[in-house]
Every structure is written in C-alpha cells, then in structure tokens.
Design a protein around this ligand. Structure first.
Ligand code: ADP
Length: 616
C-alpha cells in the first residue's frame, strides 16, 4: 500500500497525470468549440430549411389573399388545403395559420383540424401578432418522449399590416440526436486518446524520469558513502548533461573523499608513530584522539578506546591547576608533569594549544607530551658537574692561597717551613693540573673530538707489558698474580687509551689497599663464542659498600672523599676509563665486598683467528 502511495507521488506518475490533464483540457476546449459550432450549423441548417418552407407558405397565403379578395371563407379553405399538404413532411410536426384575431384558420395536423375556427391562446403567436416580429423557441415536448420541438411564429404582413401569423412546430430532436452521437464519438475518441497517451506517457515519462531516478539512487548511495557507481547517460539533452555533471560531481567527491581518507591515514600514522604523545579533544576537553605514545608516557592501563570521551586535564592530573580557559590564555606555555613508571619517575613536558576555526570558534584542544626525563637528567648532571668542578678547584685554591699568604706574611724567611709550604703548594698545583687535564680529556671525549686511533695488538703481550711496568715500580709492596693464557689474543684497540684504562684500574687496586704486601690478581679470559674477552683485576683492599659500587664510574664520585683526595685522586679516573672502554665497544663494571676487596671487569671485543688462518 505504502509502495502504491509512493508510486503516486513519483515524478513519472505526475508527468502522466499532467499529460492526461493536458489531453482532457485540450479535448474539452476542442470539443466545446467543435460541438458548439456543429450545433450552431446543424440547428441553423434545420431552421433555414423550415424557414424556407415557411417563406413559400407565406408567399402562397399572400397569393391566396390576392386571389380571393374579401371572400374570407374561400381564403380560409384554400389556406387549410395548402397547409394540409404539409401534413406528411418530415421534421414538420404542424403548421398553423392564425389570423389577426388569434383564431386558428388552418392546420397541417389532421388531429387538430377540429380546432380550426377557435381562438388559440398561444403566447408566442400572440406576441408575433402584436409586435409583427418573428419569434421562435425550442421546447421539450413532454407528451412526446421529451423530444425537442422548435416553434416558429412568423407574422404575415400584407400592406404593412399584420394579418396573421404562421405557426410552425418542427421536430428538431433529430438534430440533437445527431449532435449527441457526434458528442459520443468525441467522448470515445477522448477516452481512447487518453488511454493511448497515458500508455505513451508512461514510456515518455520514463525516458525523462529514468535518468532522474538513477541520479536519485546514486545520490542515496553517495549519502551512504559509496561514490564508485556512475549514472548512465541516455541522451545529450539537459537531463543528459545533468547526469554528466552529476557523474563529474560524484567523481570529484570520490577523489576528495579519497584525499581526505589518505590525509586522515597519513595523519593517523604520523600521530601513531610520533615520538611525542598526542592528545586531541573536542571543544569541551573530552578526549577524541590519543596515540599509544601518550598512553605509554602517562603509564596508563587504559586503551585508547576507553580514553575516548574522558576529560583530558583529569587524565593528565592537571585538573586542579588548569582549566580550558587557562589553556587559551596561556598559549605557548608548557607544564611539567611527573609519572611513576617501571623505569622510575619520568618527566613530561605538556604543551597545549587550541584548535581555532576561521570564525574564531574553538573546535578543540591539542596536548603534545614530550618526554624530557633525559633532558632534565642531563641538565641536573650538568648543574652537578659545574658545582663539582667549582668545588674541586676551590679546595686546592683555598689551600694554596692560605699557604701563599703565610709565606707572604713572613714564613718565607723560615728556612724550615718555607720549603714545606712551597712543596704543598706545588702538590696542590699538580693536583689542579691533573684535574684540568682529566676534565679536558673528558670534554674531548664528550665532544667526540678525539677519534681513537686503533691498531690490532696481541692483548696478551700488551697486558703483560703493563703489569711488568707496575711490578717494576711496586717491587716490594705488591704481588701481581697473572692468569693469562699463552695463546695470542688479537684485538683492535688504542694502545694509549687502553694503557690509560689499565693504569687507572691497577693503580686504584693498589691505592685502595692497605695490606703489606698488597695483592693484585689479573685474569684474562676469552669467550670465543661471542668474540669477546674479559679482563678481571682483583684486589684485596678496602672494597666498596655494595650500594655505592655502581656509582664509582660517575664523574667526581668518591667513596670516601677525604681519603681519596688525600691519595691524589680527582674522582674522574674511572669516569674517563668508562668512556674509553665504551668507545672500544666494551663494558666495565665492578664487584666489591667492603673490607675484602674489589674486582673490576673489563669486557672488550676481540678477533677470533680460525685455525686454518694460521696456516696461511
Ligand atoms: P680517584 O681518582 O679518586 O681514584 P676514580 O674515578 O679512579 O677516582 O675512582 C672513584 C672512586 O672509586 C675512588 O675515589 C674510590 O673511592 C673508589 N674506588 C675505585 N677503585 C677502587 C678500588 N679498587 N677499591 C676501592 N675503592 C675504589
């Protein structure tokens, strides 16, 4: 049913209805004009034929009048005879002659002959007698099957005097029957033309509505997001051009859609793979887009889907300090937030910005999260380093200054004290030079200005030579035990730098040991599987508290500040050592038990020489 009503509302149906209405109106106008003209003609012809007969009778009566003179009876007889002739004429029902006294003189109808001589009370005849003007009218004869009759009253004028009236009653029904049958033909023709035009109309309307229906279907598909189908072009008329334009439009929309899609994908992939965390919200600050990085940075256990619609400032835990209005007012300002993660506390810098449309309307907000933990750590380290350097330089400088002041104030004259004071001053100067030298070396390594020049050496020979040197200088107080394989062990190192590393570690092993004799064990082991070797230098000295072992490689870190300084250490030795080892792709670490001793491990790459290579 619904379908049917829908069909009634369709353009095709409306077009067919318009066709039919046009046909009906056209046929009506034609029909009206045609039947009117036809009726006028047919009725006119009919009347003319009757009138011509009346004219003959008129002439005949006038002749009778002339012939008989004043003999009225004779005249009436002749008129009656004349009229009786018209008794059987087709169309003519009755012809009467009524004299000036309104008395019936003669009639063509036999049944009315009895009325001859009596007065006639016919209004129209009277009017014609009185006025001398012809009148006529069509009546419906109730007695005779409702047939129409035409009554004509023509006055008979002799010598400008109305002497009587010729009354004619003619059956005009035949004319109307004829008209009716023509009308019927017309109605049937109209009906058939309506049927034919409506059938044709359906087809013609379809040729118009088909492309429009296609376009409508296409528009519906487009509204559902399908831009691939195209409308068929049936002709080169306006509708065809419209269909063509429609196809171009849908192609453009398809392209624009594809562009938007690819832009969106690109944006999504940029957002997903960004090293910064991104949170985008609607204008009420509810999260709409959030990338994995942001979730990871904030250490949240929630998926991106679950974050949808949540308040951004609440999630960032900035809700108490900040509102969306602040974001607009404090554009370009950043906020630091801290999050606990498995790797420790991380510092995030959050920058907010508002998405403002051309009209100034705020569409949403964007928060960019940047992990600045490393940067903050470097900043803190840098501050600490500067503080350490200042401190390290101030101590010898203060000490030197006090000795120099004492000398200035007269101690220089004292032959006993003066040399002591001067030697202390020299020691402090040496310490400062060492410190500056160490700092320079660290700075060079930091800037990577110093490229290490490497060469392939037999590490076994190299380490033995260094231990030999130490044995020479510590002949009496240190026992060096070597666990070094006999086979050569080739490695690509900077002899100078690696010498410095071993020097530093061996001297620390001796420096932080009180026993007599001191003992230092040196192990060298190759791990052929991984092309690596490990040097292990073990002492039996003071050791390092376990919680501080890790820190001995930090710059300026000393376990016991006073004692280390007394021993001439700058606190930079192991830091430089670590840098050098790492520059050789190596690793350095320590094991220590307080009061029992310390072991320093140095792991370095080495070259494995296959057996057959020796044969070459
Ligand atoms: P320093 O020049 O002061 O020796 P290092 O960087 O060489 O500086 O060493 C850092 C700190 O590590 C030392 O001050 C010391 O406290 C500790 N340390 C280094 N090696 C040993 C060791 N073999 N035994 C005990 N403590 C050590």
């Amino acid at each position: 049913m619904k379908q049917f009503f829908k069909k009634l509302q369709s353009l095709q149906f409306k077009l067919v209805i318009i066709y039919m209405l046009l046909i009906i109106i056209g046929m009506q106008i034609i029909g009206l004009y045609f039947t009117n003209s036809l009726e006028r003609d047919l009725v006119g012809n009919f009347k003319n034929s009757i009138e011509s007969q009346v004219a003959i009778i008129d002439t005949r009566i006038k002749e009778i009048n002339d012939d008989v003179g004043d003999n009225r009876a004779e005249m009436y007889d002749q008129i009656q005879t004349l009229l009786a002739d018209y008794g059987n004429r087709p169309d003519i029902e009755e012809i009467r002659y009524i004299n000036a006294d309104n008395v019936l003189i003669g009639t063509s109808r036999i049944s009315n002959e009895s009325l001859v001589g009596s007065r006639i009370n016919d209004k129209l005849s009277e009017d014609a007698l009185n006025s001398g003007i012809v009148n006529d009218e069509i009546f419906v004869n109730v007695d005779k099957d409702n047939q129409r009759v035409w009554i004509l009253n023509q006055p008979l004028i002799i010598d400008d005097e109305v002497v009587g009236v010729i009354y004619v009653e003619s059956n005009i029904e035949g004319v109307y029957v004829q008209l009716e049958s023509i009308n019927n033909i017309f109605i049937i023709a109209t009906f058939f033309s309506l049927v034919i035009t409506s059938i044709l109309g359906i087809f013609v309307a379809r040729t118009i509505t088909k492309p429009i229906t296609d376009m409508r279907n296409q528009a519906l598909l487009m509204s559902e997001g399908d831009y691939t189908s195209r409308v068929q072009i049936y002709s080169d008329d306006e509708i065809g051009q419209l269909a063509g334009s429609f196809n171009i439009l849908s192609k453009r929309v398809q392209e624009a859609q594809a562009n938007t899609e690819s832009e969106k994908k690109r944006l999504d992939s940029v957002i997903t793979h960004m090293s910064d965390g991104i949170i985008a919200t609607d204008r009420k600050g509810r999260i709409r887009i959030v990338n994995d990085m942001a979730i990871g940075m904030m250490n949240l256990d929630i998926s991106a889907e679950d974050l949808q619609g949540q308040d951004m400032l609440e999630i960032l835990k900035l809700g108490e300090d900040l509102s969306l209005e602040n974001i607009i007012q404090e554009a370009n300002e950043s906020h630091l937030i801290f999050r606990d993660t498995q790797e420790g506390v991380i510092t995030l810098r959050v920058n907010f910005s508002a998405i403002v449309t051309d009209t100034g309307f705020i569409n949403g907000y964007i928060a960019v999260l940047h992990d600045v933990t490393e940067q903050e750590r470097i900043n803190a380290e840098r501050r600490e380093f500067v503080a350490n350097v200042s401190h390290e330089l101030r101590t010898p400088l203060t000490s030197m200054r006090s000795y120099l002041e004492a000398l200035q104030e007269g101690a220089w004259k004292d032959e006993e004290i003066a040399p002591k004071f001067l030697s202390v001053t020299k020691e402090e100067t040496d310490r400062m030079s060492r410190l500056v030298e160490d700092l320079l070396q660290l700075s060079r390594m930091d800037n990577e200005a110093e490229e290490i020049q490497t060469e392939v050496v037999d590490f076994k020979l190299f380490i033995n030579r260094i231990i030999d040197r130490f044995e020479m200088t510590h002949k009496d107080d240190v026992i060096f035990t070597r666990h070094i394989p006999d086979a050569p062990l080739f490695t690509d190192i900077s002899v100078d730098k690696m010498g410095q590393v071993l020097d530093n570690v061996l001297s620390n092993a001796i420096k932080y040991q009180h026993g007599n004799p001191k003992r230092v064990d040196i192990h060298l082991k190759q791990n052929t599987l991984y092309n690596r070797m490990t040097v292990r230098i073990k002492d039996y000295g003071l050791g390092i508290p376990s919680n501080k072992v890790e820190r001995i490689f930090e710059r300026f870190y000393r376990v016991d500040k006073g004692r280390a300084r007394k021993m001439g250490g700058t606190g930079l030795g192991l830091a430089i050592t670590k840098e050098i080892v790492e520059a050789h792709n190596g690793k350095i670490w320590a094991n220590s038990v307080e009061n029992e001793g310390t072991t320093i491990f140095i792991n370095l790459p080495c070259e494995v020489i296959e057996e057959d290579e020796w044969d070459v």
